[in-house]
Design a binder for this molecule. Sequence first.
Ligand code: CDP
Ligand code: CDP
Ligand code: CDP
Length: 282
Amino acid sequence: RTRPFQVAIDGPAASGKSTTAKMVAQRLGFSYIDTGAFYRCVTFAALSEGIDPSHLSNADKITALAEKLDIELQTVFSEKPDSYNRTTSDWNSASDASRQHQLPTTRVFLDSKDVSSDIRTGTVSKHVSAVAAIGPVREAVLQKVRNIGATDVEAQTNNGINSSARSRAAGLVMDGRDIGTVVLPLADLKVFLVADSHVRAKRRLQELVKNGADPSIDDTHLNLHAVQADLELRDEMDRTRKISPLRRAVDAMDLDTSNLTLEQQVDIIVQEVHRRRSHQKT
Ligand code: CDP
Ligand code: CDP
Ligand code: CDP
């Protein structure tokens, strides 16, 4: 068996895909690829050039952008991926501060410029589903994602002098909307993450506040509804588009995170990976 172990994580907006995927990758020493970042980059670039993604007539221009853009992801994992967390009890006894410190971060570069925060604005979020519904844009993104997946793993194998780099090449965690159905149809483990839309909106709002938004108490209520409405609208567009809609793969494991902690959902996935790997060896 030569190909890396593939974990596909799909689900609606703010269900916890990227946070969970990064933490799973860190625990297992796998690579991580955020496919949503690609659609966000294309959307950000289009808006920067004054192209309105909501006009169907702009599809060709947006496709041309998607094909020519150079997109790079860099995920920084803590030095020793697994040293702090061999068991769940180790993890639970870690302080919140140290958990925050150990959360991997992904930086996104568009034509060598760091656009990590530019691609997460409300404006980009509002337009991204329209961009992601354009078939040729999806093809261009798919090609880039597959290249990155291959070179990422290869680079880490070639440079794999220390054991953590080598083991990282042993696997790949990818998150998005069509990973289990289209991008990695033969993934070794497929997870479909869901959470109640009210819970998702609360989590996303908390994230926004943590990143500098400062809503008054009245605004919080208002924003919560606005955030929830935005998430639901985007999910609806992602579910109902013709090409590669957001859909649970038939062989995916369902994971409802509404009443789970981040640590719990990561543990469930990591344990399932261990179980399937030992299965494959026998
Ligand atoms: O993090 P969040 O759930 O808000 O979104 P994201 O994962 O960054 O994805 C942003 C948008 O990109 C989604 O709403 C989809 O329209 C699109 N997307 C997609 O179509 N296919 C993927 N594999 C990943 C994202
Ligand atoms: O990638 P996706 O849009 O699906 O979700 P995300 O960007 O990972 O955002 C989910 C947010 O919910 C993050 O701030 C997580 O810390 C938080 N969260 C979670 O994912 N799962 C929980 N059980 C609790 C909180
Ligand atoms: O062999 P066993 O039934 O113990 O379990 P498994 O091989 O771990 O697979 C359990 C279920 O997970 C299968 O019935 C498939 O639906 C699913 N599965 C998957 O999603 N992706 C795989 N590569 C293998 C199995």
